[in-house]
Design a protein around this ligand. Structure first.
Ligand SMILES: [Fe+2]
Length: 163
């Protein structure tokens, strides 16, 4: 995914070839976050039914968390010497999380889909942590571990909601 052209002048003392593997995993995670960010807005806007007031507000909290993480992840990629993906077309291409159409959604369907999407993020983060540990990139491993704990919490809550 990254090429030599994607490199920057930043050198924090990581082995470049290993840092590139970490940057690729970070970029894949970034792509998934960007698609999820759009999808959470879609659900926030289009939710209908009994759970509207609860989930409309909850979804806003969720996309605000994702928004902050997007910026941190992109800037982490720059700190280890590479460039973040920055085009919507690339995010969609590299994301396992899928966009959904603009239409009416109900709470349990949203919770079921999002439980799967947050599970996808957990899998991506475990891969990222493993790549970071192999590269000696403790900073990325530390950030990703915090993200993982948050995403596991979301899977638990969304699974409880839909049950
Ligand atoms: Fe809103």
């Amino acid at each position: 995914m990254n090429t030599a052209n994607d490199r920057t002048q930043v050198d924090v003392g990581l082995t470049a070839s290993k840092a590139e593997t970490v940057a690729e995993a970070l970029n894949t995670y970034l792509a998934n976050l960007q698609v999820l960010y759009t999808k959470l807005h879609n659900y926030h806007w289009n939710i209908e039914g009994d759970s509207f007031f609860t989930l409309h507000a909850q979804l806003e909290q969720m996309y605000n968390v994702v928004n902050a993480e997007i910026d941190e992840v992109a800037e982490r990629i720059l700190k280890i010497g590479f460039r973040p993906m920055a085009r919507g077309v690339d995010y969609v291409k590299h994301s396992d999380i899928q966009e959904v159409p603009s239409k009416a959604y109900h709470g349990k369907d949203i919770a079921e889909t999002l439980a799967g999407d947050y599970r996808t993020l957990c899998v991506k983060l475990r891969h990222l942590i493993s790549a970071a540990e192999k590269a000696g990139d403790d900073g990325t491993a530390d950030d990703a571990t915090a993200y993982l704990k948050d995403k596991e919490q979301m899977v638990w809550m969304l699974t409880a909601y839909k049950s």
